[in-house]
Design a protein around this ligand. Sequence first.
Ligand code: T46
Length: 140
Amino acid sequence: MENGHLLRFRDIHDADWKNTGHLTPIEGMGEVPFAIQRVYYITGVSGEASRGYHAHKTLEQILICLHGSVRVRLQTAQFEKEYLLDDPFTGLYVGQMAWHEMYDFQNEAVLLVLASEHYDEADYIRDIQAFLKLLEEAGE
Ligand code: T46
């Protein structure tokens, strides 16, 4: 799957959905193209704050905004793009070598992340210059 790909998840509901709501199933190696090894979520971020500012060497992740909204900037060898995540039925694929920044958290945003590996600080590239150098060395 390409960095920046937007996945659309199922919205299971009945005719009385305004009362009974929605159910969205997500299975590893199903809707998500990897076995899910870790789940975490980010809450309580103010609209002025931002997070991320790193890339991963091998990790694959899907970002889903369950409540509120958040903007995500992705930078890869191929493109630089901003995404607005504002519904629980859309997932943003962030794979290897994608610099990502999350900002403009609104309306008590809840950002859920499904990850392909357990947490490993050695997989992070936290220095933008080092990230750009790696892209250059890879000839991308
Ligand atoms: C991404 C966004 C959405 C852990 O101990 N376990 C974990 O699973 C994670 C993700 C983090 N941590 C520790 C490591 C740091 O001491 O929590 C602290 C903050 O982690 P990080 O700098 O990774 O947080 P964010 O919000 O900047 O970024 C994270 C993911 O790393 C990132 O890939 O997509 O959330």
